[in-house]
Design a protein around this ligand. Structure first.
Ligand code: AMP
Length: 279
């Protein structure tokens, strides 16, 4: 498995693979890898000739009061995970942006609501880093987890709008045995916060159950969720159209229930599909 630390070396590696006619799949991550990340690697592995994983904690997507400096790291563990998943190349740049870097990529509309309302600079940081990583890795396919459902929608919009030559592949949300959505940030949770954090999953499950029982009115479904939800501070609980992410009054098309809440000082997010399946 190759380990590459500079953008120039990464691009040179990718170009040499592509000159051989090989396809490149890409899994961008911030490291501290868990089974959720591994599932994205194994989803892409059979679809591409070469699989690249990046490990980069992107400063652009953290606000000054967020956890950039304390974001958990475990490089040895991450490399072991990548090896086990058959990754060909791990890109781990200490710095990703060139001297004088002065560009940014913004997706409007989709980024104003949900996580974007409380983290106003976050998605510009994500779209900017993903654009640069697409350029550096020259990937043909890239996978993004449904765990960060709004992020997936924003990246899809950006890729379509800018005609980027990358196929975006969605990866299912992977949960721990108790139902908590796997996240690198779960490490911050005390045992008590973690137990209370399970209410996110319970609330979403209640909403899905209400829909399955024949309720399509969004307010009634949201009420079922609110009843099961406990938190220290709620950011949002919403029921939205699965594509536009706009609130809906009735579930008639594919929809998504999304929640974000604080437990202690840790902010957790979770989401679930509701409504007819995607065609
Ligand atoms: P991160 O390292 O948190 O930036 O995440 C890197 C990628 O892994 C993103 O596409 C996430 O959506 C995805 N991911 C994180 N947690 C999970 C999970 N529990 N299930 C599926 N994908 C995940």
């Amino acid at each position: 498995m190759e380990q590459i630390a500079t953008s120039a070396a990464m691009t040179a590696w990718s170009v040499s693979q592509k000159n051989e006619g090989l396809t490149i799949g890409f899994v961008p991550t911030m490291g501290f890898l868990h089974r959720g990340h591994a599932s994205l690697m194994s989803l892409l592995r059979p679809r591409v000739d070469r699989l690249v994983v990046s490990i980069y904690v992107n400063p652009l997507q953290f606000a000054p009061n967020e956890d950039l400096d304390t974001y958990p790291r475990d490089i040895e563990g991450d490399l072991a995970t990548c090896r086990a998943e058959g990754v060909d190349c791990v890109f781990m740049p200490p710095d990703l942006y060139p001297d004088g870097f002065s560009s940014s990529v913004s997706v409007h509309g989709l980024t104003d609501r949900l996580c974007g309302a409380s983290r106003p600079e976050h998605f510009d940081g994500v779209t900017t880093v993903v654009s640069r990583l697409f350029g550096v890795t020259r990937c043909d396919l890239a996978v993004f987890g449904e765990k960060d459902y709004q992020q997936l929608a924003v990246i899809r919009r950006m890729t379509t709008d800018l005609a980027l030559p990358v196929e975006i592949v969605p990866g299912a949300l992977i949960r721990d045995d108790d139902g908590l959505a796997l996240s690198s940030r779960n490490k911050y949770l005390s045992a008590d916060d973690r137990a209370r954090g399970l209410s996110l999953h319970r609330a979403l499950f209640k909403m899905a159950t209400a829909y399955d029982a024949g309720i399509t009115d969004a307010e009634a479904i949201l009420a079922a969720g609110r009843e099961a939800l406990t938190f220290d501070r709620l950011d949002y609980l919403e029921l939205v159209d699965a594509v536009s992410l706009q609130p809906i009054e009735r579930v008639e098309r594919p929809a998504r229930a999304l929640v974000a809440a604080f437990f202690g000082s840790t902010r957790l997010i979770d989401n679930v599909h509701l409504g007819p399946p995607w065609t």
